[in-house]
Design a protein around this ligand. Structure first.
Ligand code: MN
Length: 227
């Protein structure tokens, strides 16, 4: 048997210090995982457990160029630590969660905030706001055997040279082991899955030509231009 047409290419991320590629399976994203960002979105972080949505793996951007997407006039930046899984499973207890983490990256969860807002108001799914083409710029994956497993350290985003988002990894409401435990109770986690772990406060709208420079202490940097 042969394919009816050529299957799409496997989405990949480079691996720092390696000539191997990291093949991406799924992209899970946690919503409202930093208290201050939860408040800026109009919610109470004490009253609401975090929740997840997905982006498609083919939404990854690795060339540093984010094309301003269709149908939106309010496209927001969200800088996030990305966790890359090297193995997976179901019902992974938090005590064993970290052994499934291969490495880390610096990612942007680009968001059509206006369309997401309509979806929220109408109780509709979030894909229209979150899972559009090129919505997930990401750095190379840094293996944990090079960078360790960061639990604290600065995460920030500069837009055109001005600091717009700042936070610390220790401010996550749900830490990484909790996210893996929770996700693995709902889905089959696999090698190649990415988890975007939420964004600190300071989200805002991009314009064409903007330069987004993100950083996570101990992991690295991401440099993206809106085209
Ligand atoms: Mn996000």
């Amino acid at each position: 048997m042969t394919y009816l047409f050529d299957p799409p290419p496997v989405p990949v991320l480079p691996i720092a210090g390696s000539d191997k590629l990291f093949p991406v399976h799924r992209i899970y994203c946690v919503g409202r995982n930093y208290a201050e960002h939860t408040r800026e979105m109009g919610f109470d972080p004490d009253k609401e457990p975090p929740f997840f949505f997905m982006k498609t793996a083919d939404a990854l951007v690795t060339d540093g160029r984010f094309p301003y997407p269709a149908a939106s006039k309010d496209v927001h930046w969200e800088i996030e630590l990305a966790v890359a899984l090297g193995s997976g499973g179901n019902d992974i207890p938090r005590s064993q969660a970290m052994q499934h983490v291969y490495g880390y990256g610096v990612a942007l969860d680009m968001t059509r905030r206006d369309l997401q807002g309509v979806a929220k108001k109408m109780g509709r799914p979030w894909e229209i706001g979150k899972a559009f083409e090129k919505s997930a710029p990401c750095s190379a994956i840094v293996p944990a055997d090079r960078c360790g497993h960061p639990t604290r350290g600065a995460i920030w985003l500069d837009v055109n040279g001005e600091r717009r988002q700042t936070g610390d990894l220790s401010q996550m409401i749900w830490d990484i082991p909790s996210q893996i435990e929770y996700l693995s109770g709902l889905w089959d986690l696999r090698a190649g899955d990415l988890i975007l772990t939420g964004t600190p406060a300071g989200v805002g709208a991009v314009r064409k030509g903007d330069r987004l420079e993100g950083h996570v202490d101990g992991v690295g940097d991401l440099d993206v231009t809106v085209v």
